[in-house]
Write a protein that binds this ligand. Sequence first.
Ligand SMILES: *Cc1c(COP(=O)(O)O)cnc(C)c1O
Ligand code: SF4
Length: 337
Amino acid sequence: MTNDPVRLATPARASWQQQLRDAVRDVAELAALLELPRDAIAADAAARDFPLLVPRAYIARMKKGDPRDPLLLQVLPTALEAVEVPGFTHDPLSESEFAEAGLVRKYRDRSLLITTGACPVHCRYCFRRSFPYADQLAARNDFADALERLARDGTKEAILSGGDPLSLGNARLASLLERLAELPALRRVRVHTRFPIVLPDRIDRGLVALLERARVDVVIVLHTNHPREIDEDVAGALRALRGAGVTLLNQSVLLRGINDDADTLAELSERLFECRTLPYYLHLLDPVAGAAHFDVGGPRAEAIYRELLARLPGYLVPRLVREIPGQASKTPIRLGL
Ligand SMILES: *Cc1c(COP(=O)(O)O)cnc(C)c1O
Ligand code: SF4
């Protein structure tokens, strides 16, 4: 096993669109880049069901020769995904009940927009792995129906989600932000994105400029699970976002074999803080079919969380939550005495 960085086939500063086109979609190529035996690492059935997709900028942070690398495990299709486990379903959050015309309206005053089905990476544990994006896109007729609905509801916070909303180009994002800013009741726009982590060059000058100009407060909630996901390029992207006046928060998913220990999570919080980002949520895994092998049982999750509480200042401890469909908010996990 070596720690040499993976050599990049893409010139370091190709445009983000080019880097996305050049992302690795082939398991054999990923195995070769990481010097891993092809057979040892992947399952073709899983890859057909939910294809491999990972940008080279993210692969560059993986360790060569290590089949247990915590970044690799987040993106690698495996045979374990085919194991059916009771309670793990295709729509664990009952989103189909709450979704209408691309809006998921579960909580008071907030409305989540399915802006696109596209992501810069495919995370194996994603609870929207089987989401019917084709039927549920707020982007239909250029967001007109969605905006009309937000106006009618008096929504205070629009949450741009997906997919990954930064898959939309800067011109479309700028136009959407402008029209959102015109809604009289709207106080904030929130963007849920993994782009700054997996493809930091997405935070280009045009994006920073449109965020600086925005006439509405913008909160960006990142999705980072491991401190090694944050290299210097990511740190630079986060600094640029802060420079544009954006509030930066992070959510993580507690994942077996990836970040299920207090050392890793404490270091993640420290690293996020260095990048001016506060930890927001630590989610228990949503029971989506194909992801049961990532599940950390409740008692272990609590033990890890207790240790985090004992080690970190309160503001660096994310809230441990799970989502229970039908509840008025994410449900905080109460620690037993
Ligand atoms: C998680 C979620 C939100 C946001 O909840 P917060 O607790 O405000 O972060 C909003 N809408 C949906 C559908 C969600 O799943
Ligand atoms: S980036 Fe987010 S929405 Fe896309 S696959 Fe990963 S977890 Fe799912």
